[in-house]
Design a protein around this ligand. Sequence first.
Ligand code: AMP
Ligand code: ZN
Length: 488
Amino acid sequence: MQLKIYNSLAGEKEIFKPILEGNVGMYVCGPTVYSNVHLGNVRTFLSFDFIYRSLTHLGYKVRYVRNITDAGHLTDDGDVNNDRFVKQTRLEKLEPMEIVQKYTVDFHKVLDMFNLLPPNIEPTATGHIVEQIELTQKLIETGFAYESNGSVYFDVLEYNARGLNYGELSKRNIEELFANTRDLDGQGEKKNPQDFALWKKASLAHIMRWNSPWGEGFPGWHLECTAMSTKYLGETFDIHGGGMDLKFPHHECEIAQGKACNGASPVNYWMHANMLTMNSQRMSKSTGNYILPMQLVSGENDFFEKPFHPAIVRFCFLQAHYRSVLDISNDAMLASEKGFSRLMEALKILNSITPNDEKRSGFSLEDWKTKAYDALTDDFNSPVLIAHLFEAVKFIFALKDEKESISAKDLEDLRSTLNAFVFDVLGLQNIEENNNEKLDQTLQVLIELRNQARRSKNFDLSDQIRDKLLAEGIELKDGREGTTYSIS
Ligand code: AMP
Ligand code: ZN
């Protein structure tokens, strides 16, 4: 089985060859933790969670690194008042690191809700200032960067003069870039408008600042990813991912920094996830066209007619390929909910099917598995994979109606393969089972409270608990092994 990955750098699908056989180093740009992540951000992280799960399922040992951007990086106009962290600290009257902590916790909670696996390493920009200063020094020493008024910039023209190609990822031509740029960021400090900051001098208003050979300042955004990816994955590693919008300038600059520092291309496969849109427009906080994950899950919003479980949102996202735009809508969510229920019902039915060797089946398990794995290894094509899963669903319903049959061996194989695709690879969760688990936990709490009431001879309360549960159809039975319950 050959895995094909669409490499944004090559502009085509390529056969994946890891640097070290059986191992994958993968870096994904993480969030800037100055406010809550919106649903669009979640889509990108979920796309890479699916890719991570798929790689693992295919047998690779993956080292997955996803950073947290917790140091301020300026907006385009270079004005400290527009720094997203600085703005938020003023708005919320909090210290920068309080903002960072608050939104990092929120980010983790949200991703957990959608059943994303944690990365193997989650480094922070502020935890790698030393590495970023070292890289900046190295770039100055090798002539790829220059200091100007306490800031340090990467010299894009020098990079190209040495036969390297700034613009290779975003397919931009440097002359065009020069023609279309206004020099706002550097405020006259830069040699050329396309030069980008490796280190920025901190003005008095800038609270997050560190000492450096060039005075007090803070690192440039692009540099943090180069510092952290190469520290944990090596000077050249297998996969680098992020949202489409990060291709330029962020990833373009990472390539330039990596090549200038180490003389080698930092990444073998660049992967870019496409955007989530709502009302056919890109979801973004700055335009106000966004929804927070909790608003969708709780139903507290004006856009969706009802709340949707995170597992259904996840299923909806995976019904689009990671490189396609996905427009989220009420109808799309309702359709996903229907599909999700049918899939879960089929899994339940599969557990109660009795094998039967006598009749021949029109469904070839081997062919089905081949098609499903072909989809997965064809640049992680989740919608095609899901379409194949539904062929199995159709077959399972036919088994239930005794229109089809399956041998014991095939039944076992179908169960384990389907469960692996649904739960391990797609990362879906069985809502019903989860609810049962919650109910059990809640009843154990009530049983314990009733026991406490009885021990303290508060029989009024203990009887009340028993009677009220009984009225809800839950009967408590006291035995030698303790209290058990049955639900009618
Ligand atoms: P940020 O915290 O702004 O750096 O964004 C975190 C990630 O979310 C980046 O990889 C962005 O590319 C991605 N992102 C931002 N907006 C969207 C969107 N509407 N749909 C999908 N991904 C997005
Ligand atoms: Zn990055």
